[in-house]
Design a protein around this ligand. Sequence first.
Ligand code: HEM
Length: 509
Amino acid sequence: MVMGDLLSPILSLVLGGTVLAALYLLTRRLATRRAQQKIIKQCGCKPPAKFPLKDPFFGIDAIYDALRAAKTKSFLDHKKGHYERYGNTFSSKLSTLSVISTIEPENIKTVLSTAFKDYVVGAPRRDAFFPVLGNSVLLADGAQWEHSRALLRPSFASSQVSNLSTLDTHVENLIRAIPRDGSAVDLGDLFQRYTADVTTDFMFGESIQSLSHPKSFQDHLMRAFRDAQTGGERRFRLGSFAKFVPQPTFYQAVNRVHTYVDAHIDKAIKQHEMLQQSHNDPGQEHGKYVFLHELLKLTGDGQTLRNELIAIFFAGRDTTSALLSNLFFVLARNPHIWQRLRDEVNQLQGRKPTLDELKAMKYLGCCLNEALRLYPVVPASSRVAVRDTVLPEGGGVDEKSSVFVPAGTLVVFHYFALHQRKDLWGPDAGEFRPERWQNEKTSWKFLPFGGGPRNCIGQQFALTEASYTTVRLVQTFSAVMSRDTEPWTESLGATCSSANGVKVAMTPC
Ligand code: HEM
């Protein structure tokens, strides 16, 4: 038998197989298309505005523009400008992904809440942050996320989480670090150290004391956390191109963060075992609430503990310091607001507030809300559709029709632009005016802590920390004056605060 005789049946088989596979794929594609057309017809979907990409395949021009805007610290205005030009909902591309950007409250509510099951956090965020955050609550989806959230929930539900006496130790250190002779200080830097001290104390029962030892190992550690965070954010902006870009600083930072957290976990596991043997409650050693010890009651798995602890540090530390920084940035430039705040705080007659008293301070709440509105610490978020689905608004020329969202689409919402929509907040949407909150109710147009089942689990903790810190500073200093003439400029990592810090001088009472 010659070779040609053998090849022809094999060739026929291969050809036949290829034709069958192509036919199968084509039939499936047609069935999908038919099902999609049915949804589009049933829901009256119309396409949203299209972002005018020069590269319609990968949107490289838009990625380049976004990276350039981030470099010149104008990313948030750059994005806001897109909505002003193309409408509140528009489509574009991010490397291989189709993207829908929206700042329509009803659309965001649909993604985060009503149609929660149609979306996941998905590959873009996961791929960008996985090296540092692993399968933690911030990146997991589906059953794994439910498991993570259930693991963390009891610890955040505990009343101990808002323990003001633990906070007070660190507030005293913060107050001590502020000059009393009227010389300038960067509160932004101090707030970062302060929240690092609070968060590590809360998590490990041992603070890194960066307020008292600013130049020590802790500084390198904080830099490692920051590099890991900003590196992840950059990887997100690069999308699938990230794998082609060398990132030595990011990976070194990730290693340092892991080493630090692992050391604490090993120590806590040993302590936990010893305390269990002595039949003591490991979560309440010396009456102090320690988050890691609480978690250890539910899992002893080192990898899970590492992932969740880093997630909490990432989600909780920089965010609260950014909120305080943004608030004091505006307070230092608005003496009348500071004075109103003082009038409210003075009702305590110098006493340190209780949790209930903090919650009752209406004007303080207005100031915090307004800071979170104008400078949302988490300025954007996103989800990926896991099945064909629909957004209720944004389609057609009048943006009133539903929008069809094919499975795999990345839906992005920019809270910074949402919080400054003039049609939702009035013509003074760009101004800091706490009084607007006297008649305003929180709704889906105000999302500093996200919304739906995946909203911020640490919201109460963050608001207590920010409120208590503000009250204690107002009680200690009669005036705060800006020592910086520049306007607020974004510093954008995973969170957003003032790039020039918060340079102020404070007058003691
Ligand atoms: C001012 C301070 C804070 C702000 C503005 C903030 C904002 C947010 C936002 C917008 C989300 C939702 C992200 C998304 O939709 O994907 C979120 C989630 C989360 N936050 Fe916060 N956060 C703050 C403080 C904290 C604190 C103090 C902690 C913990 C100690 C924390 C832990 C978390 C966690 C674990 C998640 C993920 C929840 C999940 O996916 O189930 N946050 N936060």
